[in-house]
Design a binder for this molecule. Structure first.
Ligand code: SF4
Length: 485
């Protein structure tokens, strides 16, 4: 029997990771497990927690969901201490092996150092090659380990100075949580591509990728970590530094379109509200007479609600999602492969039959799922199917921590809108314009020579040079593999 990653999840972009950290609470591991559980949407491949107590670090890292690995009291009991960091992984760099599961850990002369990373370094392969030539011995194929070696080989005295020097050498997107002895460290890259938020729980401090992870433990949101900011949290409180040259803020706009949980607030902007406003813009830009607005669940729901409200067309749940389809299950044989998408989605025939349907989804990646969903809607008796997409066409790959296919597999990179409509089988297809997306973010539109967000997967304008993509940079390989089971 062969198991594989859910093939019907392949038609979405995937956020790479979620991170969480606690300083100053006796139940730091349990709080971190809860925080990671709330961030499960940011990575389902593996999870890990490292804690610190009295000069010693404790670690548990395993493949699978947080609930599979950290729900037992006996596991949490193995992670004592009042400081902890944790990580959910969905790998885009590094193979699926035990040694790549974060947090990564190293012993420095000044003590232990654990680190967890959301994002992707765009010059990691080049840096790694130099480090290997200098004699560094890598234990994983992750880009994150490059940061550890840069810190270890720095000539500065304190770990903080070493970390600053290391981060000045790396390029790309990184939100980090780290533990150096009893100090919790949080970092957001100078462009602020990935989110990171500071919270307060009782007398403890918390760092998390999204505010939904603060909510689950009842922590209060204090503020976003600023782009280019480093926070050091220990018994002296929270110390903030801005050691990097100032860069334009380029938060990933796709966090609002799809990645982040709708109940999170990022950089002061609520995700659900943003998605509803995207729906308003979409209705304004590409409205069409219809009888019913139907979301592709779950990610299309808020935009469809906004669309229906603005267009004055009834909103119905015409597609029901099966929430119990895991990310892994039995590979279907060719005979039943065509049933595929029904494992995850089924139509609610009563609200579709005889109707002119507007179908709202967040994005189109390969288009394979869209084809199947439209087939289902038509076979349920829809008389017209119009697809509205709550983002501009995804035409470029992401190099900042999101798993994207190469351009030859991105439907919008290969075809114009008319051709895509034919391939997907809809009567009409329209995408949100770039200006519409920015208007939904509360702006007047996109400033073309310096966009207010990273939107490279729609525009191809990369705010940070993807150095490893240019030239011949072979990906690192491990010669000794301990495969996940
Ligand atoms: Fe986000 Fe797209 Fe930029 Fe990647 S390229 S960080 S997915 S906006």
């Amino acid at each position: 029997m062969t198991f594989l990653t859910n093939p019907y999840d392949h038609d979405k972009l995937h956020e790479e990771c979620g991170i969480f950290g606690v300083y100053g609470h006796p139940e730091s591991a349990a709080l971190t497990a809860l925080g990671l559980h709330a961030l499960q949407h940011r990575g389902q491949e593996a999870a890990g927690i490292v804690t610190y107590q009295d000069g010693q670090f404790f670690s548990h890292r395993a493949a699978g969901h947080v609930g599979d690995n950290f729900s037992e009291e006996s596991v949490i009991a193995l992670l004592p201490g009042s400081s902890a960091i944790g990580h959910n992984r969905y790998s885009t760099t590094g193979d699926t092996v035990v040694r790549n599961i974060q947090p990564l850990f190293a012993d420095f002369a000044s003590g232990g150092f654990a680190i967890a990373h959301n994002g992707n370094l765009t010059n990691a392969v080049a840096l790694r090659r130099e480090l290997v030539q200098r004699g560094c011995l890598f234990q994983s194929t992750t880009d994150t380990e490059v940061i550890i070696h840069l810190i270890a080989t720095s000539t500065f005295d304190s770990v903080v100075d070493r970390a600053v020097a290391a981060l000045q050498m790396v390029e790309g997107a990184y939100s980090l949580v780290a533990l150096h002895n009893d100090t919790l460290i949080g970092v957001r890259d100078p462009y602020g591509v990935r989110p990171l938020v500071l919270g307060r729980f009782e007398n403890a401090w918390v760092l998390a990728s999204e505010t939904c992870a603060l909510d689950i433990i009842g922590a209060e949101c204090v503020r976003d970590i600023e782009p280019g900011e480093i926070v050091l949290i220990n018994e002296s409180g929270v110390q903030s530094m801005h050691p990097f040259p100032k860069r334009p803020h380029k938060l990933c706009v796709f966090e609002y379109v799809y990645f982040a949980r709708p109940d999170s607030t990022i950089d002061g902007r609520n995700v659900y509200d943003s998605r509803k406003k995207i729906g308003y813009e979409l209705a304004d830009e590409s409205g069409i007479p219809a009888d019913v607005v139907i979301p592709v669940p779950d990610s299309g729901v808020p935009a469809a609600l906004g669309y229906a409200e603005k267009a004055g067309i009834p909103y119905e749940l015409g597609i029901i999602r099966n929430h119990y389809v895991g990310r892994t299950f039995i590979e279907p044989t060719d005979r039943i492969r065509h049933l595929g998408v029904k494992l995850k989605h089924n139509v609610n025939r009563d609200v579709i039959e005889g109707q002119r349907v507007i179908l709202v989804d967040d994005s189109i990646v390969r288009g394979t799922t869209s084809v199947k969903i439209v087939e289902m809607i038509r076979s349920a008796g829809a008389v017209e199917v119009h697809m509205r997409i709550a983002s501009p066409p995804t035409t470029h790959s992401c190099f900042y921590g999101v798993d994207t296919p190469t351009r030859d597999q991105l439907l919008a990179a290969q075809h114009n809108v008319e051709q895509m409509a034919r391939i997907i089988g809809v009567d009409s297809l329209a995408f949100l314009t770039m200006d519409g997306l920015y208007r939904a973010m509360g702006l007047n539109g996109r400033i073309s020579d310096s966009p207010q967000y990273c939107d490279a997967c729609f525009s191809g304008e990369y705010p940070i040079t993807p150095t490893d993509q240019s030239g011949d940079q072979p990906s690192p390989q491990l010669s000794f593999l301990t495969q996940l089971t």
